[in-house]
Design a protein around this ligand. Structure first.
Ligand code: T46
Length: 134
């Protein structure tokens, strides 16, 4: 798999549902940054990879598709469940498609924002992943 699916611990009772991710249980790294996507339009996002960054992606509301690509094959995951997260590692090209208007995507990242960590050119990504046997 080009990504890891994570099922988060849930506590449901008559008040509703509480969902948790903590270090070592749903969250495999210390979080240095969070960001979230709201007011989503049906326009694709992403189109880049990261040299180092690891992230946990959670779709808190609505849905979207994420496409992962390691330079040799692609996998798509449909995100529509706030209790099911995706761990996204480094050197994976990602695209996000088919956002519903009510989509809220929460991302927890293990590094602060650094534009130098981005690979935004697909040919450059293919060149960098060429010798990688994964
Ligand atoms: C990723 C996918 C899932 C910042 O200044 N700080 C930040 O922490 C982030 C994430 C972005 N920005 C700025 C950089 C751009 O000027 O916000 C603008 C939009 O970012 P970008 O076009 O990279 O957004 P997406 O949705 O294409 O990608 C984002 C993350 O950047 C990326 O790491 O993996 O979500």
């Amino acid at each position: 798999m080009l990504y890891e699916k994570i099922s988060l611990k849930q506590f449901s009772d008559e008040r509703g549902r509480l969902t948790v991710a903590e270090l070592g249980d749903g969250l495999p790294f210390l979080v240095k940054r969070i960001y979230f996507l709201t007011e989503s339009q049906d326009l694709p996002r992403g189109y880049h990879a990261h040299h180092e960054l690891r992230q946990l992606v959670l779709c808190l509301h609505g849905s979207c598709d994420m496409v992962f690509d390691n330079g040799r094959r692609k996998e798509t995951v449909h995100l529509d469940n706030p209790c099911e997260g995706v761990i996204l590692g480094s050197m994976i090209w990602r695209e996000m498609h088919n956002f519903t208007r009510d989509c809220v995507l929460l991302v927890l990242a293990d590094q602060c924002y650094d534009e130098k960590d981005y690979i935004r050119n697909y040919d450059e990504f293919l060149r960098l992943t060429k010798g990688d046997p994964a």
